[in-house]
Design a protein around this ligand. Structure first.
Ligand code: NAD
Ligand code: WQD
Length: 340
């Protein structure tokens, strides 16, 4: 049997493939990725870490015939669907590309899965679907979106809820990630953004390594302990293990996830921008110059998860703390200053 991992050469996908290979019985791992935001170099690194091989297919999830071929050639029993565009700012500039890639691409994938009777799915959703709700955020809260990227996640979630209602054979975990950071402990794989990073951690890491001059801290007048934004950062390896647990909970395995179920993957703890900067400075022993600038449009003061449902349904909780997250980010960044 095979597991299909869309977007498996990306940041979260590659770490999940490593954890799957570590836990896998005899399943073949088939990665499909169009390489718009990743490199095949990650495949050698995955094989170096695990001593196992993966099957890689360069294809686009919007390409029905390419997907048909994959499902005809491999006995896929479940899919983890990471493939998508993820930059909030860019999604305001090119919304059609986001709707096409993230929504239309997912519909194409779901149609092919349905035709082949493959109805076990883990989907990469995001805490962004909680809109402006007050933290801690839990899965019963009303969802909304404030930008095209967030809309695509919400639209796909709604499609998945409808699909599961229409046919009880579907078993779907919509994993709502909080802020994934960190890298594999080996220093061989990590986040590799194209151009100037949008997210805090890759930006801080590139300042520490000397690629960028200084960090801009977006606002220090929030109602938080030090005035800067608070987020629920989660180690990408914990997140990856959450996917292994989610897969094991679908109908083809334990079956604790029934129909379509939204599940937070977060730690339940909040950390401010300045706490991140200070911890990074201590661990890397590098200067991290920063300047406080006005708030970034759309940012909330505080976002963190109620992480109890994942524990209850998946038997999963995050284990790694901020020190490990930042040590591993720094190892990856300093050993690979220019990425892959
Ligand atoms: P990433 O960009 O590193 O990985 C996504 C992968 O999908 C890339 O390798 C890219 O080449 C591939 N891809 C994109 N469009 C494709 C297409 N049409 N066909 C085939 N491959 C395609 O991003 P990531 O951080 O690993 O995120 C993975 C998923 O998790 C995304 O769906 C993202 O929206 C979601 N997510 C990410 C975060 C985060 O902060 N990183 C938070 C919440 C949710
Ligand atoms: C974190 C904190 C910023 C950059 C985004 C998406 C979300 C999800 C995760 C995909 C905030 C501050 C940041 C900088 C800063 N992605 N910051 N200077 O905004 O919580 O979430 O990524 O689903 O949908 O919106 O993450 O890393 O951008 O910001 O001061 O240069 O760091 O204001 O408080 P965010 P982030």
């Amino acid at each position: 049997m095979s597991l299909l991992i869309t977007g498996g050469t990306g940041y979260i996908g590659s770490h999940t493939v490593v954890e799957l290979l570590k836990s896998a019985k005899d399943e073949e791992i088939v990665i499909v990725d169009n390489l718009t935001n990743s490199s095949t170099k990650v495949l050698e690194r995955i094989e170096k870490i695990t001593n196992k091989t993966v099957t890689f297919i360069k294809a686009d999830i919007c390409d029905t015939s390419a997907l048909e071929k994959i499902f005809n050639q491999h006995k896929i029993e479940a899919v983890i669907h990471f493939a998508g565009l993820k930059a909030v700012g860019e999604s305001n500039e090119i919304p059609l590309a986001y709707y096409q890639n993230n929504v239309s691409g997912t519909l194409t994938l779901l149609e092919v899965m349905a035709r082949h009777q493959v109805k076990n799915l883990v989907f990469s959703s995001s805490a962004t679907v909680y809109g402006n709700n007050i933290s801690p955020l839990n899965e019963t809260m009303a969802t909304s979106a404030t930008n095209p990227y967030g809309q695509t996640k919400l639209m796909v979630e709604n499609i998945l809820f409808d699909l599961a209602k229409s046919d009880e054979a579907w078993s779907i975990a919509c994993l709502r990630y909080f802020n994934p950071i960190g890298a594999h402990q080996s220093g061989l794989i990590g986040e590799n953004p194209n151009g100037i990073p949008n997210n805090l951690l890759p930006y801080v890491a590139q300042v520490a390594v000397g690629r960028l001059a200084q960090l801009q801290v977006f606002g220090d007048d929030y109602d938080t302990s030090d005035g800067t934004g608070v987020r629920d950062y989660i180690h990408v390896v914990d997140l990856a293990q959450g996917h292994v647990k989610a897969l094991e909970s679908l109908a083809h395995a334990k079956g604790t996830v029934k129909g379509c179920q939204a599940i937070n993957l977060g730690t339940g703890n909040g950390t401010s921008v300045l706490e991140i900067v200070n911890t990074f400075k201590e661990i890397s022993k590098q200067a991290i110059p920063f300047q406080v600038v006005p708030r970034r449009a759309g940012d909330l003061a505080t976002v963190y998860a109620d992480a109890s449902l994942a524990k209850e349904l998946l038997g999963w909780q995050a284990k790694l703390g901020l020190t490990a997250m930042i040590q591993d980010t720094w190892r990856w960044q300093s050993e690979n200053p220019n990425g892959f």
